[in-house]
Design a protein around this ligand. Structure first.
Ligand code: SF4
Length: 449
């Protein structure tokens, strides 16, 4: 089995003066490693139309209306894996959003100007009609969050032909760590094969990692980034692991210091390595934000429930409502109140920092538990308050002009924190976590074996 695993290193990148060569190298990669038709589709559907969709979003906000410009849609609950800390009921009876309902949702969102959608699961490639759906909507762009196991050469060829899809394949560590995180042997190898199938077919491919204690030292390294570049991966995304759901695995969560190091690493690598780094939790000045609180995105569950975000499994609204989806979003008192409550209390993650406020919100609106297990409220009550990406006094602004510009235009708080946030509302949980996190991956392996 080919290994992508590298020994741990301490990374202190010095990116000064390396901007230009990096941009040239990135341009070279885009010109010589991609299919130009796919590159054009990405530029047009996600770039140009994406700009328009953000402008429409801003216009709506100006008129006191609301519809998120980016939707996460979990199209199916089933998955072939059983990952540590997963909050989705993957072993429950299969539930999926049928083609017709997805088609209606995407058509109506397109009418609002949306041009970019995130598809999640479970494992989205287990949805039998997903590719037909993507094929039908070739005028917009889809990012599919996947473990890559179902991306055979034939599937990759179809994705290339369509040209409007980028698989974001998750890799959770070395072969050993990855297989433990994901509950099965051979997971790593199959994900790697999925990546290779995509790249051999010149599909725009990303790799994401849910950064936690067991992969932090191995994957938050320059060597790992170089490996991705050598493989032909075009972009990467470090999520920060969030201990939520039925088995929260708190021992895997990063300390505030580690989160800060991860942020610094991403900012440094953005001006050093010819690969795109996605992140969802900071604006151009390095100020934390929550994409659900800002209204940039909300989530649809496999049951069609409209939720604030994938890990907040409560809802008052559904895509199966007879009203147009734009009315459902615009008139949702639950989502409106969520955005206000979240923005009032923190610039970070309300789930991690203030589960008590979420409890109040859910009770106030009599929102329904949208899980199959029907224990979401008990799980919320059992959560310990902890810190998140909000770490005031430690903001790390973007060094790269390209990211600064992109975030300045499209990825910021849309004024919500100015309107709602008061520092005096914020609870600081950073101190208690500094000394508590386990550091040796071996310790963590034993926890779950
Ligand atoms: S509530 Fe937390 S997990 Fe959900 S979008 Fe906001 S920061 Fe992310």
């Amino acid at each position: 089995m080919e290994s992508l695993f590298f020994p741990k290193t301490s990374v202190q990148p010095d990116a000064k003066g390396k901007d230009l060569p990096m941009y040239l190298r990135m341009t070279k990669r885009l010109l010589f490693e991609t299919d130009k038709r796919l590159l054009w589709k990405l530029f047009w559907n996600m770039g140009i139309k994406g700009v328009r969709s953000v402008q429409k979003h801003k216009k709506r906000l100006g008129k006191g209306e609301f519809f998120p410009p980016y939707l996460y849609i979990s199209i199916i609950n089933s998955c072939n894996l059983r990952c540590q800390g997963c909050w989705v009921d993957v072993a429950a009876k299969q539930e999926k959003i049928e083609f017709e309902a997805l088609d209606r949702l995407i058509t109506e969102a397109k009418a609002m100007g949306n041009s970019f959608f995130g598809l999640l699961g479970g494992e989205p490639f287990m949805h039998p009609q997903m590719l037909d759906l993507l094929e039908k909507h070739r005028d917009v762009y889809f990012q599919v969050f996947t473990n890559g196991h179902f991306i055979t050469d034939k599937v990759a060829k179809r994705i290339r032909k369509m040209g409007n899809v980028t698989p974001l394949i998750s890799v959770e560590g070395s072969e050993v760590i990855s297989d433990i995180r994901r509950g099965k042997e051979g997971v790593y190898g199959k994900s790697l094969q999925g990546i290779k199938n995509c790249i051999e077919n010149k599909v725009m491919t990303g790799v994401c990692t849910s950064l936690c204690q067991s992969n932090y030292n191995d994957l938050l390294t320059e060597e790992w980034i170089d490996t991705l570049i050598d493989l032909g991966v075009m972009y990467t995304w470090y999520h920060i692991y969030r201990p939520v759901g039925p088995e929260p695995s708190e021992e895997l969560a990063l300390s505030p210091e580690q989160q800060l190091t991860a942020r610094q690493f991403v900012v440094d690598m953005r001006v050093k390595k010819p690969i795109v780094f996605v992140d969802a939790y900071y604006d151009s000045q390095g100020k934390a934000l929550c994409p659900a609180a800002t209204g940039f995105t909300h989530h649809i569950s496999p049951w069609g429930d409209i939720e604030p975000c994938p890990i907040i499994q409560f809802s008052k609204d559904s895509i199966y409502d007879e009203r147009p989806v734009k009315e459902v979003f615009n008139e949702s008192a639950f989502l409106t109140d969520f955005r206000k409550v979240a923005a009032e209390s923190t610039r970070g993650c309300i789930v991690l920092e203030r589960p008590d406020l979420l409890e109040d919100l859910v009770e106030r609106h009599t929102a329904q538990d949208t899980t199959a297990r029907k224990k979401a409220m008990a799980e919320l009550k059992a959560m310990e308050k902890r810190s998140s990406q909000y770490n005031p006094g430690h903001e790390i602004p973007e060094k790269s002009w390209a990211y600064r510009l992109a975030k300045w235009f499209a990825y910021h708080d849309y004024g919500v924190y100015k309107k709602h946030f008061e520092l005096s509302n914020w609870e600081d949980h950073r101190e208690k976590e500094f000394a508590s996190a386990p550091q040796k991956p071996d310790d963590l392996v034993q926890i779950k074996l």
